[in-house]
Design a protein around this ligand. Structure first.
Ligand SMILES: [Zn+2]
Length: 70
């Protein structure tokens, strides 16, 4: 039996969702350094996350370019 290598073997990984509020594009980034940082925060606060996803809202580079060209 084999498990997916991306669940536990690799280690902490935090998913960062960058969401464009204009075109609703979601840029998903799996970040390991962030994962380690959050691991420390969870340790400090004795918090057990169910899902390590961070959402940030903003404007994507495509929409920003469109705004600038106006
Ligand atoms: Zn956009």
């Amino acid at each position: 039996m084999q498990y997916d290598t991306d669940t536990q073997a690799i280690g902490p990984e935090t998913t960062l969702n960058l969401i464009c509020t204009k075109c609703t594009t979601v840029i998903e980034i799996n970040h390991q350094t962030l994962g380690l940082t959050f691991r420390e925060i969870f340790k400090m606060t004795d918090f057990e996350p169910h899902e390590e996803t961070i959402q940030m809202f903003g404007i994507c580079n495509h929409c920003r370019k469109q705004e600038q060209s106006r």
